[in-house]
Ligand binder design. Structure first.
Ligand code: NAP
Length: 269
């Protein structure tokens, strides 16, 4: 049996185990997915132990996404983002770290028929998800503006991302008027009815992706729909980072519908 898993702290409410188990069941793979919660200072031991025990692949979540870079070869995209969320222990030689959050973002837009090349995108947030979003959208051909509460973080990130600018949340006003893609990568709206972007700045030319997935229908997405924009909820990003990890590990096309069905059941019950 192939063993995969998730390393984070805490991981108690993760939806990754049922989502990946659904894929194994659908394709009748002899595999299992387990959540591991090492102590924060023991991540290096955890990785070494995983390799020794023959674990095939790991997802990595908060607070380890940056720390694990120190102990791995990272692929160029993960290296630029500065975070790893998927480790393949079966690569030739050393384990390799990837950032499938970034790929999950572009695959979410692709799945919804949104062409990114040549478009102007606004990313709100400059933390882990904001970094992944800014690099992903820039690599996909967007001109990117990053707006963040802590302005220095937005400007610093913009200096690392090709075709990007950065500024405060006040810059949303002028930047959104010219944009056709908006991605919320802040935690605003997570388990609350707040939004990081005032409803009157939204318009019908936008496609809005909210990385927040609890609730699935955030206030931002509700406001966006009312403004005539297209919306993509955070479960799509979560789904496609998992789909990408599955495909990296197994070399097979992921059963996207089965994974999506279980993920949405988990997020709504
Ligand atoms: P993070 O690294 O802690 O970054 C948090 C971001 O939110 C920062 O830009 C922070 O701004 C901003 N922020 C927090 N509170 C704010 C407020 N009251 N007003 C304005 N901005 C605020 O977190 P992360 O890992 O990037 O995650 C961000 C969100 O994305 C979370 O809700 C997470 O669950 C979600 N996420 C979803 C997926 C998915 O697959 N759907 C994947 C990854 C993350 P400052 O820099 O000013 O503090």
């Amino acid at each position: 049996m192939d063993v995969y898993g998730l390393v984070g702290n805490p991981v108690g409410h993760s939806v990754s185990p049922p989502m990946h188990e659904a894929a194994y069941a659908e394709l009748e793979l002899d595999a299992s997915y387990v959540a591991f919660e090492p102590a924060v200072e023991e991540v290096a031991d955890a990785l070494e132990g995983a390799e020794t025990l023959g674990i095939a692949g790991l997802n990595v979540t908060i607070p380890f996404k940056q720390d694990v870079l120190e102990y791995l070869e990272a692929d160029p995209l993960a290296e630029r983002i500065g975070a790893v969320n998927t480790i393949d222990f079966r690569a030739d030689g050393e384990p390799v770290g990837y950032n499938t959050d970034a790929i999950g973002i572009t695959r979410s837009f692709e799945h919804h028929g949104v062409e990114l090349d040549g478009r102007k995108a606004v990313v709100v947030g400059a933390g882990g998800a904001g970094r992944a979003a800014a690099f992903a959208l820039s690599d996909a051909g967007c001109e990117v503006h990053i707006a963040n509460r802590t302005v220095d973080k937005a400007i610093d990130l913009a200096s690392q991302v090709p075709h990007a600018s950065g500024g405060s949340l006040e810059t949303l006003d002028s930047q959104l008027a010219e944009a056709s893609v908006l991605l919320n990568a802040t935690s605003v709206g997570m388990k609350s009815d707040e939004t990081p972007v005032s409803g009157e700045l939204l318009h019908g030319e936008l496609t809005v992706l909210d990385a927040v997935y609890a609730p699935l229908e955030t206030r931002l997405l509700r406001d966006a729909r009312e403004a005539g924009a297209d919306t993509v909820d955070g479960a799509w990003m979560l789904l496609f980072q998992g789909v990408e990890a599955f495909e990296l590990w197994t070399g097979r096309d992921a059963p996207v519908d089965a994974m999506n069905r279980v993920l949405r059941e988990e997020l709504t019950h």
